[in-house]
Design a binder for this molecule. Structure first.
Ligand SMILES: O=C(CO)COP(=O)(O)O
Length: 136
């Protein structure tokens, strides 16, 4: 599965803790991230991560494009609901595309835990069937 990991600045420490806690599950999948989040995951966990641009420079949109191409299976996005972001339209667009394409999206740690536990139990295997039809 292809999983995106994204966190706003004040949520990055939480995401790193989360990734360390679920490293065993995450390590079995292809990981993608916005630029700064991805660099921190690489530096602090040693997991392999494909890094896109930083969020404010288009990273959210690059992940959105993968969703629109049926090429992303899950998004874990620790948003900061208390800080205005310069690229708010990109964030809204990314979450909207998750809804358009029925992509599991967690915007906080509680939901992210449920998603990863569900992933390891096979609850998201339907994505393999759906994505095989259009992936090369
Ligand atoms: O802003 C972000 C998501 O909207 C995250 O971007 P960075 O990972 O580059 O900080």
């Amino acid at each position: 599965m292809k999983i995106s990991l994204i966190a706003h600045d004040r949520k990055k420490d939480d995401l790193i803790q989360f990734v360390i806690a679920y490293q065993e599950i995450l390590g079995e999948h292809q990981l993608y991230a916005t630029g700064t989040t991805g660099q921190r995951i690489i530096d602090e966990t040693g997991l392999q991560v494909h890094r896109f641009q930083s969020g404010p420079l288009g990273g959210d949109q690059q992940i959105g494009a993968m969703i629109a191409n049926n090429d992303m299976d899950m998004v874990i996005f620790f948003r900061d609901p208390l800080t205005a972001q310069p690229h708010e339209p990109d964030i809204t667009a990314l979450m909207r595309l998750c809804d358009v394409y029925h992509i599991p999206l967690a915007t906080n740690m509680g939901t992210a835990e449920v998603l990863l536990k569900g992933l390891s139990e096979g609850f998201i295997d339907w994505r393999l069937i759906k994505s095989n039809s259009s992936r090369s």
